[in-house]
Ligand binder design. Structure first.
Ligand SMILES: Cc1cc2nc3c(=O)[nH]c(=O)nc-3n(C[C@H](O)[C@H](O)[C@H](O)COP(=O)(O)OP(=O)(O)OC[C@H]3O[C@@H](n4cnc5c(N)ncnc54)[C@H](O)[C@@H]3O)c2cc1C
Length: 400
């Protein structure tokens, strides 16, 4: 039977962002509910290592129940619509849940169908993607099966989560193929829609060296347009107005889908006018531009930062402080300045840590003598062991 309930703070989505912000608010607010239908919580950054054969996918997953902070209510249901004029949301189960303050963080939608030919062949015929828990191990299987021929790694245009992930897997694969003595027998193509490998020049310079070292054929300003899985051919279009498209044969392919806000967010009164339809918030305070008691963070927000868990970690304390200010009727004083970081695995033993903010200037966390702007061995251990430990034990507990 449909019910109507009310909570002081309602959080839509119990992922990286939702759990982190709830853990921070729980200390001050006694009535918080997280709405999330998923039995599982995933540490997605490790999916790159799963696809590269360096981690087991089971280590990336825990039960949702185990990460919900004590004292926070978990409503195991999916939100289907927002009614901001009446301060409530509707769920798939038919319930109406009211709030004083709403925090929207249901993550991002993978738009597989935007590239004809892709969704039918995923996980088969050498085509995979690290962007889902189920497919990441397939990537590793296909990398191992490839001994010669052509391997293609793609990235779509538009905002995606972890914009470094499409190229990280190319480097992990090349390192493996080199260790097997077959790299010279494989034509490796990395196809990016951007003018360079990275938006911050110092990191792009370092990555150019990695690309050259592996002998990767780098195609810039291009993206996958369609896939012919029977003929094993991929067609690419140019991002430049008068640019020419091209076709590549492939034996193995790693595809990253276009991404946007979930459709039910896009069609709601909370979204921006843009086709990606993210929740329309101020990029510094995270407050909705039309509804003062609504906030958003994580991948679903319209902030123009690079969408990562690392960004959500910096956003959570800002949102928590501003939500408390909103509940108390005060001014929103905390600001997020766009910090994001991308741990770029350049081999199965090395990583460089790209940290930057809205200024697109490097913002290193480590002291100068640890130059993480170049691939380093110690950074690999940070990626494989340090960051997952920090995620489960600090970030999700509202610390760090
Ligand atoms: C391959 C890959 C590699 C990555 N690498 C990195 C990296 O190296 N470093 C890094 O910092 N980040 C990385 N990321 C990105 C990072 O995982 C995300 O940015 C982060 O998880 C975003 O957090 P979020 O809470 O916004 O979304 P999510 O963590 O995706 O959580 C969204 C939650 O919302 C729930 N939800 C969905 N629909 C509904 C609904 N209708 N109602 C209620 N709840 C709903 C979901 O069940 C989920 O629990 C990577 C991601 C991928 C896929």
């Amino acid at each position: 039977m449909a019910t109507t309930t009310h909570h002081k703070v309602v959080i839509v989505g119990g992922g990286a962002a939702g759990i982190s912000v709830s853990a921070r608010l729980r200390k001050e607010v006694d009535d918080i509910a997280i709405i999330d239908p998923s039995e599982k919580h995933y540490y997605q950054p490790l999916w790159t290592l799963v696809g590269g054969g360096c981690a087991k996918r089971e280590t990336t997953q825990r039960s949702e129940a185990s990460v919900i902070p004590k004292g926070v209510n978990w409503i195991k249901d999916a939100v289907t619509s927002f009614d901001p004029d009446n301060n409530s949301v509707e769920t798939a189960g038919g319930d109406t849940i009211g709030y004083d303050v709403l925090i929207v963080c249901p993550g991002i939608q993978l738009d597989w169908n935007k590239i004809p030919g892709v969704s039918d062949t995923l996980g088969k015929n050498g085509v995979s993607s690290n962007y889902t828990y189920d497919l990441a191990p397939k990537t590793w299987e296909f990398i191992q099966n490839t001994k010669s021929g052509s391997a293609v790694f793609t990235m779509p245009s538009g905002p995606i989560k972890c914009a470094g992930a499409p190229q990280k897997i190319a480097y992990l694969a090349c390192d493996y193929w080199r260790s097997e003595g077959v790299l010279d027998d494989i034509d490796v193509h990395l196809v990016l829609p951007t003018p360079r490998t990275f938006g911050v020049p110092v990191f792009a310079d370092a990555l150019d060296e990695v690309v050259a070292d592996y002998g990767i054929d780098l195609h810039l300003m291009s993206e996958l347009e369609s896939l012919d899985s029977d003929g094993k051919k991929a067609t690419f279009k140019s991002m430049e107005e008068d640019g020419d498209g091209f076709t590549l044969d492939y034996d193995m392919m790693h595809v990253v889908p276009h991404q946007s806000a979930p459709d039910w967010v896009k069609s709601s009164p909370l979204s921006t006018d843009e086709p990606t339809g993210y929740v329309d918030v101020d990029k510094n305070t995270h407050q909705h531009v039309r509804y003062a008691n609504i906030f958003s963070l994580g991948d679903a927000g319209s902030m123009p930062n690079s969408k990562t868990g690392a960004a959500a970690r910096k956003q959570a304390p800002v949102v928590a402080a501003n939500v408390l200010a909103q509940l108390a009727g005060g001014d929103l004083s905390k600001r997020y300045e766009g910090y994001s970081s991308c741990p770029l695995t350049t081999s199965r033993h090395k990583m460089l840590l790209a940290e930057f903010d809205y200024s697109m200037e490097p913002t290193p966390s480590f002291p100068k003598f640890i130059n993480a702007q170049k691939p380093r061995r110690d950074m690999w251990f940070l990626k494989k062991y340090g960051l997952p430990f920090f995620y489960w034990n600090m970030m999700l507990k509202g610390r760090g």
